[in-house]
Design a protein around this ligand. Structure first.
Ligand code: NAP
Length: 309
């Protein structure tokens, strides 16, 4: 708990940043500072340095990043690389220079090697080739994780990192081309019901397996890490349970009320065959996810509908 500290949540309008602000506020950590990307572009070295020099945040949650699905990563590889690398280097270096007491950086389960052992332990990072569809994003995020460790080693900074699995929840991106699989399915199946369509075509074979964590659970887990974890490396955060993309589609079709046929377009890429995190480290630290996937999907679908979609 840091009730009297100045806490900077970078990326507060994003799905993770907004969940972090809600979680911090709900436990009384009200001294939170935020900036939109328009007010403070974290790719701008000088602007970031000036912000840290003048505002002097004591605690930093770095939840700002350029994030997207397979299509966005394939279309904008340079931006995914440059933006994420710049955000990481600028924020981490300014946090060091201006005396931030503790910083949390976010990696992602999709930056582990494509064929990592399952469930993926933390020490699988950099042990094999990356998933080619998001290699630029992964390289930038790996640099961020390693920067935190390097600043800890050389300067004694208390910078820690978490490795969340696939997330979903309020504030998710439902863009038809640039969204992750779970919100993309919600949108697609919802539209199919609305338009009376008899079939929905989904990308890939439906066989890859994925794990999904509600962002409220993630925010709780990140606060737990901030309270209890002070060492190098990164900690996986997930549910420890996965399901196939086909099963996910069936679950979402059921929640949304789609009764037609689900067709798989195998000419489209699948991504990694399986991505399940080994969450035993986090569990040993006394934290486990609590929101069941179907309950979480029902609640985000209710939000989606109430937002007039
Ligand atoms: N979503 C997932 O499934 C997932 C899974 C694992 C890990 N993560 C990690 O979680 C973190 C947050 O992801 P998210 O899903 O919350 O992303 P998001 O919803 O796309 O939000 C990203 C936020 O980053 C900010 N941002 C982007 N570029 C910026 C820039 N140049 N300067 C300042 N701010 C900038 C945006 O601010 P504005 O709104 O002000 O433009 C936005 O609010 C990322 O590090 C991501 O790698 C996400």
């Amino acid at each position: 708990m840091n009730p009297n500290k100045l806490i900077y949540v970078a990326g507060h309008r994003g799905m993770v940043g907004a969940a972090l602000v809600r979680a911090l506020e709900s436990r009384g950590e009200g001294n939170i500072i935020t900036r939109t990307s328009k007010d403070l572009d974290l790719r701008d070295r000088n602007a970031v340095d000036e912000f840290f020099a003048t505002k002097k945040p004591q605690i930093v949650y770095l939840a700002a990043a350029k994030v997207g699905g397979i299509h966005a990563n394939a279309t904008y590889p340079a931006e995914f690389f440059f933006d994420n690398l710049s955000i990481a280097t600028n924020v981490i270096d300014s946090a060091y220079k201006h005396g931030v007491e503790k910083l949390l950086f976010l990696g992602s389960s999709c930056i582990y090697p494509r064929l990592a052992p399952q469930p993926i332990p933390e020490n699988a990072l950099l042990t094999g080739p990356l998933e080619p569809t998001n290699e630029p994003y992964a390289l930038a995020k790996i640099a961020g994780l390693k920067l935190c460790d390097a600043y800890r080693k050389q300067y004694g900074c208390n910078f820690i990192s978490a490795m969340p699995t696939n997330l979903y929840g309020p504030g998710d991106n439902y863009h038809p081309e640039n969204s992750h699989v779970l919100p993309a399915f919600i949108r697609r199946f919802h539209e199919a019901v609305k338009n009376g369509e008899k079939e929905v075509v989904c990308w890939g074979s439906g066989t890859p397996k994925r794990e999904f964590l509600h962002v409220k659970d993630l925010a709780d887990g990140l606060l737990h890490l901030m309270d209890h974890h002070d060492s190098e490396g990164w900690v996986n955060i997930g549910t420890g349970i996965d399901l196939s993309i086909g099963e996910l589609a069936t679950t979402i079709a059921e929640v949304v009320g789609f009764k037609g046929e689900i067709v798989w377009d195998s000419s489209k890429p699948d991504g990694a065959p399986r991505k399940l995190l080994n969450v035993s480290k986090m569990s040993e630290m006394g934290w486990d996810a609590s929101i069941k996937l179907k309950d979480g999907i029902e609640s985000v679908y209710a939000d989606y509908v109430s937002n007039g979609k």
